[in-house]
Write a protein that binds this ligand. Structure first.
Ligand code: KPL
Length: 300
């Protein structure tokens, strides 16, 4: 199977490397030249959660067209870059199933501006990964991955994606309710990411302190109300608090972005909650404030 990973940072390199180790013909695509050079020359080096290190040969390029036509594409760019990255990769995606496991709302819709809706498989993953340096990632933790056909009844594509990922060691289920699953993950990210990025604290502080709990609960309650207005019933703050406890020592992805001076995913998370709330006539003052503060931090 020919696979392209569009956006091969920490998560893309991990998933691409695991698929290559399982026998797929993988090309990792990324804009960072030093990273791509090492990947293409030496392969991707993965440190497992147990501390084992292995290097897996892959092809890598900054030019999507070099990958040639693929059967499967995994989109792992930051959500702010989805449309541009998929547009650049369009020539190699004509026969591909295109999978997004990215954070936030709106990624499948962005991808479907470029490829057929039927080709889009969306999902969520609890795997964690950190980019240690060019060509090298740490597989920080394993967890469930769920995929599903986003726009239409599954024609077998989601099953196929789940089988390939599971065979590569990423245990994956298929859900008939993938949009709700994405909302559940969004609620967690809305409750944890902006607050940890702004306060520069580890995730656990949002469950382990009173101001942390207040912020998380208020942001998630607002998100739950917006999801309900769109027909999705979510589990609510208790679940986000559980995740904050389970990932207590993590630096959230948004905190890492803010600290590194990179653009964040705020517009796909709290920022998108604000926009959707407006459409439904709902007030979401906590998300509005968190989004504005992160936007401000991004301009530093
Ligand atoms: O998904 C995450 C992120 O940081 O983006 C959580 C679950 C909050 C873990 O850090």
């Amino acid at each position: 199977m020919r696979v392209a990973v569009v956006g091969s940072g920490a998560m893309g390199s991990l998933f691409g490397g695991l698929l290559a180790a399982d026998g797929a013909d993988v090309t990792l695509i990324d804009v960072r030249e030093p990273h791509v050079d090492v990947l293409d020359r030496e392969g991707v080096t993965i440190e497992s959660p147990e501390g084992e290190v292995r290097t897996i040969p892959v092809a890598a390029t900054t030019d999507p067209e070099e990958a040639g036509a693929v059967d499967l594409a995994l989109v792992f760019v930051k959500a702010v870059h989805t449309r541009e990255a998929v547009e650049d990769a369009a020539p190699i995606l004509r026969e591909a199933t295109v999978v997004t496991l990215q954070n936030g709302l709106g990624n499948p819709e962005e991808i479907a501006t470029v490829v057929d809706e039927g080709a889009v498989v969306a999902g969520v993953t609890a795997h964690g990964s950190t980019l240690l340096g060019p060509g090298r990632v740490r597989h920080a933790g394993r967890g469930p991955t769920t995929v599903g056909s986003y726009f239409s009844e599954d024609d077998g594509r989601a099953e196929l994606v789940a089988d390939r990922l599971t065979s590569a060691g990423v245990e994956t289920d298929v859900s008939p309710e993938i949009e709700r699953e994405i909302w559940e993950k969004v609620a967690v990210n809305v409750g944890i990411n902006a607050a940890t990025a702004l306060a520069r604290v580890e995730n656990g502080r949002l469950d382990g302190t009173e101001p942390g709990r207040r912020l998380l609960e208020a942001a998630v309650e607002e998100c739950v109300a917006v999801a309900a207005a769109e027909g999705h019933e979510l589990r609510g703050p208790a679940h986000a608090r559980e995740v904050a406890r389970a990932t207590a020592t993590n630096r959230s992805s948004m905190r890492q972005d803010v600290e590194a001076g990179r653009p964040t995913e705020i517009e796909r998370l709290n920022g998108e909650i604000v926009r959707r709330a407006e459409r439904h006539g709902l007030e979401v003052p906590v998300n509005r404030t968190l989004a504005d503060l992160v936007r401000l931090a991004e301009t530093e």
